[in-house]
Structure formats: C-alpha cells, structure tokens
Write a protein that binds this ligand. Structure first.
Ligand SMILES: *[C@@H]1O[C@H](CO)[C@@H](O)[C@H](O)[C@H]1NC(C)=O
Ligand SMILES: *[C@@H]1O[C@H](CO)[C@@H](O)[C@H](O)[C@H]1NC(C)=O
Ligand SMILES: *[C@@H]1O[C@H](CO)[C@@H](O)[C@H](O)[C@H]1NC(C)=O
Ligand SMILES: *[C@@H]1O[C@H](CO)[C@@H](O)[C@H](O)[C@H]1NC(C)=O
Ligand SMILES: *[C@@H]1O[C@H](CO)[C@@H](O)[C@H](O)[C@H]1NC(C)=O
Ligand SMILES: *[C@@H]1O[C@H](CO)[C@@H](O)[C@H](O)[C@H]1NC(C)=O
Ligand SMILES: *[C@@H]1O[C@H](CO)[C@@H](O)[C@H](O)[C@H]1NC(C)=O
Length: 337
C-alpha cells in the first residue's frame, strides 16, 4: 500500500517537474527544406537520454550525460518532431520545427478572360501560389498599379490551415470591378511567408507577373465641355468637340442650320463669316460601342456697332469741316466784294 502511494507520488512529481527535467535549446527551429538543423537536449543532473526522430534520431546513451545533440545535414521530413527523452520515457521534451519552402511560382490571371473588360462589370482575379509550405503562414495581397506608378492595396488574404505542413498549391481569388481610371493600370499579387521571429527577416515576399488592363468605357465630356458663347457677326466660329472614351469615340455635329460656309471635319466644326442667322444650339455627339454622350454649345451672334458709330462720327466731322471751309470761303469772297 505504502509502495503504491510512493510510486504514484513519484509519478506526480515527475509530471510536475516535466518542464524542468530536460531542456531543449533552441526549443523552436524554422528550417528551410533541405537545410541543416541542430538542437541540444540538456539536463541538470547526468541522465541516460536519447532523441526520437524520423531523421537524426539516437537511442538512449550508454552513459549518463548532461547534454545530447540532435543534428541533421539536410532536413527533408515535413513533419519532423524530434523528441528528447530519458530512460523509460519519464521525461520527454519535443523540439518544435517548422520546415518551410518558398513558392515555385506566384501568378495572377483572370478566372475567365474578359474580352473586352468593361467599366463597372465584375471580374474574378485569381492568384496562384505553387508548391508552398506551410500554407498557413502565407499571406497573399492583391495590388493595383496605376498609370502614374502608384500602388494601391486591393485585398489581403490568409488561409488558416495550421495542420498542413507539406507543400500545397494555394488559390486566392478577388472580385475586381474596374472603373475608367483603371484603364492602363496593372494588377499583381504578392505572397509573403511570415514564419515569426525565428524565421528569415524580413519575411520573404514573392511577386507575381503583372496583368495589364484595358478597360472600355463610354464617352464622357471633359469639363468645360459644354458652354454658351457669343461671337461677332463676320467672325469665324470654330468648335472642337472632345470626349474621353475607350475605344476612342467618333464625333458628329448637329447644327442649327445647314450652310455652305460650314466645314465639318471629325470633331471640329468651322463656320467662316458668321451671320445673325447662325445663332442657335450646336450639338456634338461622341459615340463608341459602349454608348454616346452629347454636348451642346449655345452660340449667340452679336452685331458689332462700333464701325457704324465710327462711320457716322466721321460723316459728322466731315460735315462740320466742310461747313467751316465753306463759310470761311464765303466770308472771304464777300469781303473782297
Ligand atoms: C549544443 O551544445 C554544444 C556544446 O555545448 C555547442 O557547441 C553547440 O553550439 C550547441 N548547439 C546548439 C544548436 O545550440
Ligand atoms: C510550435 O511553436 C509555435 C509557435 O511558437 C506554436 O504555435 C505551436 O503550437 C508549437 N507546436 C508544438 C507542437 O508545440
Ligand atoms: C494614381 O493613383 C494616385 C493615388 O491613388 C492618384 O493620386 C493619381 O491621380 C492616380 N493617377 C492616375 C493617372 O490615375
Ligand atoms: C500544384 O500544381 C502543380 C502544377 O499545376 C502540380 O504539378 C502539383 O501536383 C500541384 N501540387 C499539389 C499539392 O496539388
Ligand atoms: C481638338 O481637341 C483635341 C483634344 O483637346 C486636340 O487633340 C485636337 O488637336 C483639337 N483639334 C483642333 C483642330 O483644334
Ligand atoms: C438650346 O438649348 C437650350 C438648353 O440647352 C434650350 O433651352 C433652347 O431652347 C435651345 N435653343 C434652340 C434654338 O433650340
Ligand atoms: C445615345 O444612347 C442612347 C442610350 O444611351 C440611345 O437611346 C440614343 O439613341 C443614342 N443616340 C445616338 C445619337 O446614338
């Protein structure tokens, strides 16, 4: 009876002191697949100990030792859990190893190739990370790089697969709805393997190829597109219609009157020698396969009274002068008589 109690007390003691009876140092390793690895198991008092491992294992030592090294030249087992133990397995300590492998390839593509890509429509982007371990430590970020080179983060994703240690292929997807400003932008994804403080610093990052975007959108007039103006009779009117659109828009003008002085060439309408009757609304249509936009310029033709006033004034001055000359001549002839 006493012996039984003593044994259970002993086992309790051993359980309790499990944390202290053996020390594995370092206790945690982050190893690149195929690289060497090593750790030490030590005890305060000399004991017989061994390492149980799929690679580099060692049976119980013949003698009592205070330290026993575990070492492999090339770690290739994805689930390596070397355990240091004492005789009878009363004390055990596991070495925590994370074996990692950088991806063979990171690539971005459309799930279904959009042809053409249209403003406001939704497309599915896919980032494929090939042959990565452990996938649970991977963070994938989608980026957009606009035409001026600014990079914007679109989304960050992470799969919590903590139980998978062998290499996996990871597929990450994102819904992307392009706007007209995204025309000419590039899309990419990057894969970061964050292995914690024991892992490589900074965490390794691999970038994908870049996808060029060609976003189609309907024409839109750039401000100030449509306005009112007045023009003096006799002058030349020249209106240039210009809208943004992809594909590049074609233009048509709707004029208030047909006129022989009118010349219409694509986006530009020119009328020489404007008359009062040319007043009215000049409407431009910009069209592409996605739609159209219109812009109306209200033109008012004004008469310039200045030459008439100047003409009248000169007639008056001429009259005054001629009156003066005549009167002085008349006076002169009368005086001579
Ligand atoms: C293990 O211990 C030996 C002897 O103390 C030491 O030389 C070696 O650097 C240690 N190895 C590790 C991985 O700590
Ligand atoms: C190994 O270490 C990591 C990080 O400290 C921890 O999250 C994980 O649970 C440990 N694994 C084992 C089997 O102890
Ligand atoms: C690019 O992005 C920056 C910041 O988001 C923005 O200020 C700039 O106008 C953009 N350029 C173009 C051409 O869209
Ligand atoms: C990952 O993808 C590659 C190429 O498609 C394939 O050869 C490999 O078997 C895949 N691996 C897994 C774990 O599915
Ligand atoms: C019309 O405007 C566009 C864009 O501003 C410009 O490229 C084009 O040269 C102009 N055409 C004429 C004839 O002024
Ligand atoms: C010109 O357009 C304006 C509105 O933009 C409208 O009020 C006006 O009646 C139009 N004039 C003619 C002659 O069509
Ligand atoms: C412009 O587009 C609208 C629909 O957005 C259509 O109803 C109209 O007929 C088009 N006009 C021209 C001149 O193409």
């Amino acid at each position: 009876m006493e012996i039984v109690i003593l044994v259970s007390l002993l086992s309790l003691y051993c359980d309790f002191t499990d944390a202290e009876c053996l020390v594995v140092s370092p206790a945690r390793l982050v190893v690149k697949h195929g690289d060497p690895a090593s750790s030490n198991c030590s005890s305060d008092t000399p004991v017989e100990m061994g390492w149980e491992a799929t690679q580099g294992g060692a049976g119980l030592t013949d003698n009592k030792v205070k330290i026993l090294n575990w070492k492999v030249d090339s770690l290739t087992d994805w689930n390596s859990n070397p355990t240091c133990f004492t005789e009878g397995g009363q004390c055990q300590k596991q070495l925590n190893i994370t074996v990692y492998k950088l991806p063979d390839r990171v690539s971005i593509s459309y799930r279904k190739y959009p042809d053409p890509m249209v403003e406001g429509h939704q497309y599915l982007l896919q980032c494929l990370v090939q042959n990565i371990a452990p996938i649970g430590r991977l963070t994938v970020t989608f980026y957009k790089v606009n035409t001026t080179g600014e990079q914007t983060e679109l989304d960050t994703q992470h799969k919590s697969k903590d139980n998978i240690n062998t290499p996996e292929n990871g597929t990450y997807t994102l819904d992307f709805t392009p706007g007209r400003d995204d025309d000419g932008a590039q899309l990419l994804c990057s894969a970061m393997l964050d292995l914690g403080p024991e892992g490589p610093q900074p965490p390794p990052v691999m970038e994908s190829n870049r996808l060029n975007t060609n976003v189609h959108y309907k024409p839109q007039f750039t401000s100030p597109g449509c306005f009112s103006m007045s023009i003096t009779e006799g002058d030349t009117l020249s209106l240039n219609c210009s809208a943004n659109g992809n594909p590049a828009p074609s233009y048509d003008w709707l004029l208030p009157h047909a006129d022989p002085n009118t010349m219409e060439e694509r986006s530009v309408v020119t009328i020489t020698n404007m008359a009062k009757s040319h007043s009215g609304n000049y409407t431009c249509f910009a069209r592409n396969p996605l739609g159209n936009s219109t812009c109306t310029v209200k033109v008012e033709v004004t008469v310039d009274y200045l030459p008439i006033i100047a003409g009248l004034a000169s007639v008056v001055i001429l009259l005054v002068i001629s009156c003066f000359i005549y009167s002085s001549y008349y006076k002169h002839t009368r005086m001579s008589h």
